[in-house]
Design a binder for this molecule. Structure first.
Ligand code: IPE
Ligand code: MG
Length: 217
């Protein structure tokens, strides 16, 4: 969900206003995914690297996440299953608790699995998985790609089909680096707060034209 800061800057507003607008766009896009029958979507809201941002911006983001968590009932009513991926121990205890409660409360919903990557980093995720494997004493001969994936934050989620990158950026930024091994990328110059339903439809149409061979012929 890139481009919030630039959206605000263009309007002479502090960056946090861009994040607020981005959060509104997120809600609309999540609703549209649901209407289209997309079973899973993951939104990259805060990376492990984003911690390096100025304290006031990080605090504004934390407040925004916390406020959104109060809205969970709305998502629950729409049969959305919420999932949070990342090192959630970074968040204040009260926010972390709300995340776990939201996952628990919506865990049996079947409509649409909406994952939020919060304090997420692909490298952090792999390292976290390896540490757990070592601590739990893993059986090396039984370890394979499938069983390793069980140790990732995304346990239970399928591999990534499509990554949509907004705001003209063309890099990976540590996002789902294991899971996106064969993902298709669609790029747009649109800043995330301006990214709407039509833009999602366009990205999906582009994805539909790709010929996916997964390394085969
Ligand atoms: C993405 O927007 C949102 C977060 C990382 C939280 P940015 O804040 O990266 O926006 P730009 O890239 O500065 O425009
Ligand atoms: Mg950015």
């Amino acid at each position: 969900m890139d481009g919030n800061g630039r959206w605000a800057k263009k309007r002479g507003l502090p960056r946090k206003f861009g994040h607020r607008e981005g959060a509104k766009a997120f809600k609309k896009i999540a609703d549209h995914c649901m209407k289209l029958g997309i079973p899973y979507a993951t939104f990259y809201a805060f990376s492990t690297e984003n911690q390096k941002r100025p304290k006031d911006e990080v605090e504004a983001l934390l407040r925004l996440f916390d406020e959104y968590l109060d809205d969970i009932r709305e998502m629950d009513a729409k049969n959305v299953r919420l999932k949070f991926i990342g090192d959630l121990s970074f968040f204040p205890d009260s926010t972390h608790k709300k995340m776990l409660e939201a996952e628990e409360a919506t865990g049996n919903n079947t409509g649409f699995t909406c994952s939020l990557a919060l304090n997420y980093g692909g490298r952090d995720e792999i390292l976290h998985a390896v540490k757990r494997l070592v601590t739990e004493g893993c059986n090396l001969s039984a370890l394979n790609e499938e069983s390793f994936a069980e140790y990732l934050y995304t346990k239970g989620l399928p591999d990534v089909d499509l990554i949509i990158r907004t705001a003209g950026e063309r890099r990976l930024s540590n996002f789902l680096i294991w899971q996106a091994a064969y993902a298709e990328y669609v790029y747009t110059d649109t800043l995330f707060p301006d990214f709407g339903k039509r833009e999602l439809d366009k990205a999906l149409a582009e994805f539909g034209e790709r010929n996916r061979r997964f390394g085969g012929v």
